[in-house]
Design a protein around this ligand. Structure first.
Ligand code: 5AD
Ligand code: SF4
Length: 479
């Protein structure tokens, strides 16, 4: 085998592995075929996904593998032959929910010993979690992690044939599994993971420990996936990575995320491109120019600030100050007027004083984000921040959270108010989840718009005049 880079070597190994997984897909399919012939009904699966869009995208791959193995999706766990949880460990409450679900399945497993209960994803990359599940939830059949997700067919086959708990967790891997089956949840917009892992080690965050170091997918692989999506009729794509701004740094040449955006912008059929998440320390002027020049790249940027106090930012290991963040926002707005900005904020980081918190409020008021996703700081074992003695009491965290929400909601509503009676371009996604008999879509600035429509409009760009404003959505009429 010719090996010129570490990346090439792991990818070649992986190609053999993928072929092997294809064989296991066939083997499980055969088992399911025999079972369907005996029982007169096909086997069903359900997947519950926790956490971020990258997990959602991973679940689409798991669904693709399950479909290829002859399973059919059902939303009803009572009807399921496989129940799969794709977990998240960014905050404690996501973990607690998974334990709650697993506990509730004990009875179902007792009644139906053939049921396969599987858990995978970020939570499983923590050895103490796996141990806890082994001890307390003995009815779980299969446990695997983030690095060997593509080996699901092989692991499932083992669990089905040997009828014993299968646990397979890899410490890390350079492997990028291309060409695995995928069943996407939506038909108008699609997620595309462009890189895996994170090198940043923000002091509160568990992600680098469970997702490993940054690995970028090859430009050609991504562009080919986007081309396929364009041919299939998808109109919008979102490029995903924990920090897309460091895309390509592992290639050892000058390729970066701006170059990728330009390539993807050329793909026919796609009308909108989004991406997330951007780390402020890595957002270059070159990328701002690329966003400005690529007509399909939407005028929206998710730019987590996390905190407004430079002292807290330093302790978070974010590598920028409040002033640098504000300066970056000014540069972005100068080059892309009207861009909408959203952010993530953590409230109650260890040692956060009232003054620090007021700095966060002041950043909110200065930047005037379109929307902020606010999180109560959650202690994650193994991260540096968890070891700090000055943890903020829950009660104070909650009070600050409510104060922050009040400020942000007012700003979001005021920004949206500016759209009253305006015409906006909306990509129609389908029936609205919240408002009965209405259709729903988003503006280029990522605002949800509900309106009366019809099925033929799904996947089309329409002009809507805005007539009613809410904090998190807009209503209007197609013109
Ligand atoms: N506690 C609370 N929020 C966290 N995030 C990451 N780690 C933690 C934690 N320990 C938030 C950050 C990140 C988002 C995805 O989750 O704001 O941007
Ligand atoms: Fe976590 Fe920071 Fe990496 Fe985002 S950039 S995944 S917050 S370590």
């Amino acid at each position: 085998m010719s090996i010129d880079t570490e990346g090439r070597k792991t990818r070649e190994v992986c190609a053999e592995d993928i072929a092997l997984q294809q064989q296991y897909i066939e083997k499980v399919k055969e088992l399911n075929f025999l079972s369907a012939a005996q029982k007169g009904k096909p086997k069903h699966y359900s997947i519950s996904t926790f956490g971020c869009q990258m997990n959602e995208n991973d679940s689409e791959r798991l669904a693709g593998m399950l479909n290829a193995m002859g399973y059919t999706e059902t939303g009803d766990i009572q009807q399921s032959d496989i129940i799969l949880y794709n977990t998240c460990c960014v905050r404690e409450n996501a973990e607690l929910k998974v334990y709650g679900h697993l506990g509730a399945l004990k009875k179902l497993k007792r009644e139906n010993p053939d049921l396969v209960i599987a858990v995978c994803g970020c939570m499983m990359q923590q050895s103490e979690v796996v141990e806890h599940i082994r001890q307390k939830y003995g009815h779980v059949d299969l446990i695997f992690g983030t690095h060997n997700l593509y080996r699901f067919p092989e692991l499932l086959h083992k669990a089905l044939v040997h009828k014993e708990t299968v646990i397979d967790i890899w410490e890390s891997s350079g492997v990028i599994a291309e060409n695995m089956p995928i069943t996407r949840k939506e038909s108008v917009k699609a997620w595309i993971t462009v890189m895996y892992g994170c090198n940043n080690f923000c002091s509160y965050c568990i992600v680098p420990y469970v997702r490993g170091r940054e690995r970028s997918r090859r430009v050609d692989d991504i562009v080919n996936e986007v081309k396929t999506l364009g041919r299939q009729g998808y109109k919008e794509i979102t490029l995903l990575g924990q920090n897309v701004n460091s895309y390509g740094k592992d290639f050892g040449d000058s390729t970066d995320f701006a170059d990728l955006l330009e390539k993807v912008n050329e793909v026919e059929g796609i009308s909108r491109i989004r991406f997330m998440t951007s780390h402020p320390k890595d957002l270059s002027d070159k990328l701002i120019e690329a966003m400005r020049n690529c007509e399909k790249v939407c005028e929206h940027l998710h730019l987590p600030v996390q905190a407004g106090s430079s002292k807290v930012l330093k302790e978070m290991n974010r590598k920028y100050t409040k002033e640098q963040y504000l300066d970056l926002v000014s540069r972005i707005r100068a080059r892309i007027p009207g861009i909408s900005l959203t952010t993530d904020i953590i409230v109650g980081f260890p040692g956060e004083t009232e003054e620090d918190f007021e700095d966060t409020l002041s950043v909110l008021k200065q930047v005037r984000f379109d929307m902020a996703y606010t999180f109560l700081y959650s202690k994650r074992t193994g991260t540096p921040a968890a070891k700090r003695p000055e943890q903020v009491p829950e009660e104070i965290k909650k009070q600050r959270f409510d104060r922050l929400l009040e400020v942000q909601n007012k700003i979001s509503k005021e920004i949206n108010d500016g759209l009253l009676h305006k015409e906006v371009e909306v990509l129609v996604e389908g029936l609205s989840k919240n408002s009965a008999r209405k259709y729903s879509g988003r503006t280029r600035t990522n605002k949800i718009v509900n309106f009366k429509g019809s099925n033929e409009l799904v996947g089309k760009l329409v002009k809507v005049r805005i007539e009613k404003i809410h904090t998190w959505s807009l209503e209007g009429t197609i013109i």
